[in-house]
Design a protein around this ligand. Structure first.
Ligand code: AMP
Ligand code: MG
Length: 483
């Protein structure tokens, strides 16, 4: 097959009112160098496979006409409303595949825009490597996510308390519209702008809603359902996003903005790693409640469009939001039950999930490995645990439920498909990033390679990739935003 040499770009976002964007060019870095390129992803999306095309696109002659732009948005950051926007990213274009799928190609770490506020518009190599490895790992874990197409070393230093190597990443998403884009439209532009944004987003992501009786509400409920499914997947894997501000919640329900995210080792709902999350607002166990809070912000942004009469609008929106808890429980427990090999998503089985988690918490056990051990008897569960009376009682109940609902054989299949053997453990991610910054990508590549077969159970995975760190590691481990 001939390799693609062309982008199939459109710029439909520029049909929105001009308040939604700023046309901007990337900074002309002195010595850009493609350090990573995701050929498989390029092939899947029918994008050029030679980095030369990207270099030409981004760093080519400025007289070449292009329509790059930065998006305006707002957002509640740790509960406080702020006007934001792409402060260090620009949209390179919306690429269309032959089957009509559309993807945003965004360059992050591209230099200042009018939304940069006091920032430098740049990113360090380590933080972009982190985004690359975490997003590709999430993809391997079957979680909807932004993807990483390329990592470019800019050849320029970035100052973050000390000097670091600079980098930019080409990130791909179905669409970068966020809850924060709706907040921006409603609170900082106009009702007409919100209307235009709603029509745009429906057309782009949820065209089936174009004929809905009440479009804003149908839209809200669809986003709610999709976001619930997304966050339930995070919970299922022990993923902690770390900065669930409304500007980081995509309407497409893709995970994105991999700054301070991390994976939980020992099960504890209070787990939080982000250095700035002093109150644990975005701790593992708070994510469902924060999602609900964020969705209420989306509903608020849609109030002017739901009904002519504001009170009626609020009433209708409230009725939708009130569906959250039941929808969450159904989706969350449904996916956690799959981890236990139980396909019947019925309320009577929900306690099995809570009881197992409670046992893990009490015994301070590893979340991922404890579920994997249920699949594979070769994995030793801690003896304190397996010989514990409470565990034995639970285990009997669990086995009876499996017999009642299907068979052990079927349960095993379900469990394999829902319990990864390998996750990007914090200590391994850090080690691989520290090496990669020095030019040694061996561990970085190996980690991504291991991730690709994380659900296969065809062979024993190297202990290096399955063993949790010493508990001491997590106690002092911290992640950082926007570095
Ligand atoms: P984040 O925490 O990554 O979601 O970023 C929040 C906001 O800060 C977004 O509007 C970013 O574009 C902006 N931002 C983050 N880092 C920088 C930077 N180095 N320079 C300019 N803007 C930034
Ligand atoms: Mg962000």
């Amino acid at each position: 097959m001939p390799t693609k040499s062309k982008f199939n770009f459109e710029y439909t976002y520029l049909n929105l009112p001009e308040e939604f964007y700023e046309r901007v060019s990337p900074e002309r870095f002195s010595a850009p160098e493609f350090a990573l390129f995701n050929t498989k992803l390029a092939q899947e999306l029918q994008l050029p496979e030679n980095t030369k095309h990207y270099a030409d696109l981004i760093f080519g002659q400025p007289q070449k006409k292009h329509s790059f732009f930065a998006q305006a948005y707002a957002g509640y950051q740790f509960g406080h409303f702020n006007q934001l926007g792409d402060g260090r990213a620009i949209m390179l274009g919306e690429h269309q595949t032959i089957d009509g799928n559309r993807f945003d190609l965004q360059l992050k770490g591209s230099g200042k825009t009018k939304f940069s506020r006091r920032g430098d518009g740049k990113a360090t190599l380590k933080s972009m490597l982190r985004e690359y490895v975490m997003s590709e790992a999430m993809y391997a874990l079957d979680v909807p996510t932004s993807r990483s197409l390329a990592l470019i070393k800019t050849g320029e230093p970035v100052y973050r308390q000390s000097l670091h190597e600079g980098a930019a990443i080409i990130r791909i998403m179905q669409c970068h519209v966020r809850i924060g884009t709706f907040e921006y439209a409603t609170h900082l532009v106009s009702k007409d702008a919100t209307h235009a944004l709603l029509d745009y987003t429906i057309n782009r992501l949820y065209p089936e809603l174009a004929q809905a009786k009440n479009k804003p509400i149908a839209f809200f409920e669809t986003v709610m359902q999709n976001q619930i499914e997304l966050v339930a997947k995070w919970m299922k894997l022990g993923f902690i996003h770390g900065v669930m501000n409304t500007d980081n919640v995509a309407i497409s329900a893709e995970t994105f903005d991999y700054g301070p995210c991390a994976f939980m080792n020992t099960y504890d709902p209070k787990t939080v790693f982000s250095s700035i999350d002093h109150n644990g607002r975005y701790a593992y166990g708070n994510q469902p409640q924060i999602l609900k809070w964020n969705l209420v912000r989306l509903a608020e942004s849609l109030i002017p469009l739901i009904d002519e009469d504001k009170d009626t609008s609020i009433e209708i929106a409230m009725a939708s939001i009130q569906k959250f808890d039941a929808l969450w429980n159904k989706t969350y427990y449904g996916s956690m039950l799959l981890k236990l090999g139980i396909a019947k998503n019925e309320r009577q089985y929900f306690p099995l999930v809570d009881e197992f988690l409670k046992l893990l918490q009490t015994q301070q056990l590893d979340f991922t490995n404890s579920f994997a051990a249920l699949v594979d008897e070769k994995i030793d569960l801690n003896k304190n645990f397996t010989e514990n009376e409470n565990f034995i009682t639970w285990q009997n109940k669990w086995k009876n439920t499996i017999e009642e609902t299907s068979s052990f054989e079927y349960a095993k299949q379900l469990m394999k498909a829902n319990n990864p053997q390998v996750i990007p453990r914090n200590h391994l991610v850090e080690e691989s990033l520290n090496l990669a910054v020095e030019g040694d990508f061996s561990l970085f590549d190996e980690l991504l390679e291991q991730m690709k077969s994380t659900y296969s159970y065809t062979e024993d995975k190297p202990e290096k990739f399955t063993a949790p760190p010493k508990p001491k590691f997590d106690k002092s481990y911290q992640t950082f935003c926007g570095t």
